[in-house]
Design a protein around this ligand. Sequence first.
Ligand SMILES: Nc1ncnc2c1ncn2[C@@H]1O[C@H](COP(=O)(O)OP(=O)(O)OP(=O)(O)O)[C@@H](O)[C@H]1O
Ligand SMILES: [Mg+2]
Length: 333
Amino acid sequence: MIEVSHLTRIFRTYKKQPGFWGGVKGLFKREYEETAAANDVSFSIAEGEFVGFLGPNGAGKTTTLKMLSGLIYPTSGTARVAGFDPTKRENAYRRIFALVMGQKNQLWWDLPAIESFNLLRAIYAIPPEQFKATLDELITLLDIGRKLNVMVRELSLGERMKMELIAALLHRPRVLFLDEPTIGLDVVSQKAVRQFLREYNRKRRVTILLTSHYMADIKELCERVIVIHKGRKIYDGALDRLETAGGARKKIITFVPGITATGAAGAAAFPDSWQSRYGTTTRSDDGKFTLSVAGENVVAVSQEILSAGPVADITIEDVPLEDVIAELFNAQA
Ligand SMILES: Nc1ncnc2c1ncn2[C@@H]1O[C@H](COP(=O)(O)OP(=O)(O)OP(=O)(O)O)[C@@H](O)[C@H]1O
Ligand SMILES: [Mg+2]
């Protein structure tokens, strides 16, 4: 459904010299800086897949989604979505995809949502029957019927995002690009949007590419993730394989009174051997030690800690996905 091949986008920005004379100099000799926002990115996504698109700020996610939507042109490389070349901006292509950006509004601010929907019905020439059926379905799924006649600027952020989703889906696109659709939403609204997206993806088999900085979104919705960093793809595969890429590690957090990391006088030293045998060890100011250990060592390490002294507290946690991904980025840096 989506075929991306060596997609590259270079942004050329004017580098202004500091100060007044720098500005004057710039009038005669401009210096440019080139950023590869997307650098030789290739992937393919099958119909009905729900793929997470991850990367830190500035990685090139939005740039890639904009190229797939035909909003900006690639510097080189190609993309095909449902057989269309987005750069051609054909009307037929507009009918089969939608782009939702959590940071931008597509709805008319001073109109009630229902009027924006009616305008979209006209723009896309959606048959009245189909329009009504689709709208009813979306309103029910998102539970937002009461607010249809409220001016969009008077809606809460969560309500507005629901309306944005309806607006994007009225013409029943087959491909959906979602750029941080849950940004700024409270936990309850985030959950509602997630639940909606999951149901909609299953029911209609729409292909979805989703970016989000909230790992809960990705974990709940996507089996597969594509990770980009500095414009380059660094991972493409199952989310659970990414999670275990950290070696299925666990975090042991312990508080042992009387043990210090440095072995201060009167207190037993935090054994250096733990560090060398079990990997990363950190100590917080309040005297907690955090060890990141391989899954198979958890029992042995816990026993060792328990026998080292009077343990006040010990907890064992999964290494959060955020940390695994951050390590992946660091490894690439
Ligand atoms: N119009 C533009 N002109 C110049 N540089 C740009 C432009 N748009 C994006 N960039 C640069 O391209 C890089 C990628 O930006 P992009 O918005 O795609 O990142 P992102 O992955 O969406 O980040 P975020 O998670 O913060 O939304 C950044 O370094 C950004 O500064
Ligand atoms: Mg972005």
